[in-house]
Ligand binder design. Structure first.
Ligand code: GLN
Length: 507
């Protein structure tokens, strides 16, 4: 299909799928700019001068990533009218590669949530139907990006993944979602939720498209202080690739780790079946399946829900209606006019989930709680990372001490870990609304149990769709489950390769 026909199809689908609410700002059909840009790219391609593999492709951007000319709302009333004067680095990199912004996608406010229902612009709906024939949840917080990809409203989409927000929606909607190693992709111009965990992630229907986007974005950005320096990148490549020569996917079998702690009794049968099928398939390909233990997994979720809100409460302090955020004017005859302005602005500018996180974070950082909450959670974070380091054959390439060398690797470790992305298939949007109405937010947090450990350790992880049906291939995709592949820090290429292997065989 020509680039132009493909782009027209995406734009037409944005109109026909408007009820799914995947976009906060869709690409306007009547504006011809995208059309001219695709036409120029088409011409470049025909002359053999394509700027990159993304030249002329429509890529949707989650609405917490800044775009010049198009508003960036974070799905929040507090930023409802905000348009950034600049592009985030990742957006600029895409545009420099010839890609075109396909609109801004809906999300949980500021990235906080697991179902894309906490949005000022209403919930995102998946095209998949639940048992009550109502729409399934798209997952969150990058639910809009996932639905846009799943329903062909764009070629690929960017999301952000702090604790699973790219992988969980990918699993729920049956697409591929990749969270690279922390620090590889620039966060400059990405509105912060929890800086030490936030990662830009990539969604597409296939892993090879995800890789094309990753290759464009995987560069040092001097404007982002957490972007890995060129020397660290060089160190990662040289340490891991010398090891990889010994364990090439093509020539020698991989050691695939199965984390025993992920085999919880609450795992839905279709999810367990998809996990089993993936492992069985890889075993048939000659790879070695090996059980591993990640004992701190059980505590990772609690630690995440201390650390992420703590960082969020600090990041969101600036939206006071004075320098940042929509000002919500109120009476000025309160006890103190200023405090009245702040409380009105913040009380009405933020939704309930964001306010819950701010209060949780402010509490766990308070003088009398910090030792028992924040400091303990930091300890658990370190243990989670140690668990992973003990499981992988490759040592952390940026670790100060070397436990093994490429010539003498640590014994018996695994190359990648394979586990489900989420414990259950997607709930319906109405199930999620009921949970919310009962005020039981902990039920929603449980869906992140398998995604937060890799986030706490900054590791690369991808979710690929696998059928959870027994022997019969899925007809309608209803039993698709997301299977997650987690690699050692910096081993992003191997994670993508294994993703491609699993996804490429019609599983
Ligand atoms: N669901 C998790 C949370 O609410 C993860 C969100 C994310 O990755 N942005 O914090």
């Amino acid at each position: 299909m020509s680039l132009l026909l493909e782009a027209e199809k995406y734009v037409a689908n944005q109109s026909s799928h408007i009820a799914l609410n995947a976009f906060i700002t869709p690409l306007r059909r009547q504006s011809g700019r995208w059309y001219d840009q695709v036409k120029e790219a088409d011409l470049r391609g025909k002359q053999g001068n394509a700027k990159s593999r993304l030249d002329g492709r429509l890529i949707a951007i989650k609405d917490n990533i800044c775009t010049r000319d198009i508003p960036t709302t974070c799905a929040s009333r507090s930023l409802e009218t905000y348009t950034s004067p600049f592009n985030a680095t990742v957006v600029q990199q895409l545009e420099d590669a010839g890609a075109i912004v396909a609109g801004k996608t809906n999300l949980d406010e500021f990235g906080m949530g697991s179902a894309s229902v906490h949005s000022r612009f209403g919930p995102v709906k998946s095209a998949r139907k639940g048992q009550d024939s109502g729409p399934c949840s798209a997952g969150g917080s990058s639910g809009g990006s996932a639905v846009a990809v799943a329903t062909d409203q764009c070629y690929s989409a960017l999301g952000t993944d702090t604790g699973g927000s790219v992988r969980l929606p990918a699993a729920y909607t049956g697409v591929v979602g990749f969270k690279p190693s922390y620090g590889l992709l620039s966060r400059w111009g990405v509105i912060a939720y929890a800086n030490s965990l936030d990662t830009v992630g990539i969604m597409a229907k296939g892993t090879s498209t995800v890789r094309d986007v990753f290759n464009v974005l995987n560069q040092h950005d001097p404007r982002d202080p957490t972007s890995l320096s060129p020397s660290s990148r060089f160190r990662i490549v040289s340490r891991l690739s010398s090891r990889r020569l010994a364990t090439s996917l093509k020539t020698s079998p991989l050691r695939i780790g199965v984390p025993l702690e992920y085999n919880v009794s609450e795992l839905a049968p279709s999810v367990r079946q998809a996990w089993y099928r993936s492992l069985e398939y890889l075993r048939q390909q000659g790879h070695i399946i090996q059980p591993v233990s990640l004992p701190t997994t059980k505590r990772a979720l609690s630690a995440y829900y201390i650390l992420a809100p703590a960082e969020a409460s600090s990041n969101l302090a600036k939206y006071d209606g004075v320098r940042y955020g929509t000002r919500i004017e109120g009476r000025s005859d309160g006890p103190s006019p200023d405090s009245y302005l702040y409380s009105k602005t913040r009380g009405e500018g933020f939704g309930s989930e964001v306010k819950r996180r701010i209060m949780l974070g402010a509490f766990s950082l308070s003088a009398h709680a910090i030792d028992n909450y924040f400091i303990q959670a930091q300890r658990i974070r370190r243990l989670v990372r140690q668990d992973f380091d003990a499981a992988f054959a490759a040592e952390h390439p940026l670790a100060a001490e070397t436990l093994g060398t490429p010539e003498h690797p640590q014994q018996a470790g695994v190359d990648v870990l394979i586990c489900p992305t989420a414990p259950s298939p997607p709930p319906t949007v109405s199930d999620v609304a009921n949970i919310d109405a009962q005020g039981n937010s902990l039920d929603a947090y449980v869906n992140d149990v398998f995604t937060v450990p890799a986030s706490l350790a900054g590791l690369p992880a991808i979710s690929v769709p696998v059928s959870g049906k027994g022997e019969v291939e899925s007809q309608n995709g209803d039993d698709l489950a997301g299977i997650q592949i987690i690699g050692q820090y910096g081993d992003d290429e191997l994670v993508l390769e294994v993703g491609e292997l699993l996804e490429g065989h019609g599983l």
